[in-house]
Design a protein around this ligand. Sequence first.
Ligand code: MLT
Length: 328
Amino acid sequence: MNLKKPLNALLAAVLGTGLLMSGAANAQKYPDKPITLVVPFAAGGPTDTIARLIAVPMGKSLGQTVVVENVAGAGGTIASAKVAKSKPDGYTIYIHHMGMATAQALYDKLPYDPMKDFEYIGQVADVPMVLLGRKNLPPNNFKELEAYIKTNKDKVTMANAGPGAVSQLCGLIFQSRLGVRVTTIPYKGTGPALTDLLGGQVDILCDQTTQTIQYIKENRVKVYGVTTPKRLSAIPNVPTLDEQGLKGFDVKVWHGVYAPLGTPKPVLDKINAALKKALADPEVKARLDTSNIDIVPVAKQNGESLKTHLDAEINRWGPIIRKANIPD
Ligand code: MLT
């Protein structure tokens, strides 16, 4: 009788149980060291701001520091690839916006699959965008901007955070609706792009409201419209792009928290509980309110909802992006 096969099977079963048990024990101890929250854009920008805002209360709930790490470049895809390959132990987690859905249509080949290489922890918040100009840009309203861009398309510069960034998406939908192409200047995030707009080094930028509302109120930039179908309560005098002729213009930036594929379920549950607590924190809400940012309802603060939403958004944006003839 050949005993080799049953012995091998027994060994595999024992090892497997051992691994499972040590995984469960690790999950029970989790977290026993700081957790890294990867941000796919530069520090000081909108994604970074939301990350740092939730990192503090999440760290408090988890009993460990949540350290933000900016892995900027290629419109967020460098960070996504890095997180997809990270150890699935709960010590690397990831916040990204809807670029997680749009990148597929913008790049011929991605080194990760947004629907297969991650665990999904929960949706976070929805952020409107605004179309801005440097303070001394001649046009004073959207109609003037349209005419100015059409006459000066060879010299107008538009900043963005690279292919895959929402600033790029918004900017290119805007240009395609106007039927013009201007010179695009890519940055590692709209944090540095906004700094250059304030300094007058670039002409226009489509950016989230996270930092920009403040500069609009202080009159340090020109604002030509909001990207949502409804006006924003923080800047009620600024018309929507839709009402100024770009019918159906509707870009609102959703965010989600992810982990590498294979992160144990009990660990994901702990991170999710900490995320939910952070999103219920009155200080977090108060800061986001000042920028007209909506925290998603509790029913969307879970992995299943995030994955379903991501899938729907991949299907929604693919045809729009291809029709707008993006990328640039
Ligand atoms: C974007 O344009 O995708 C974001 O604003 C990037 C960022 O958070 O800097």
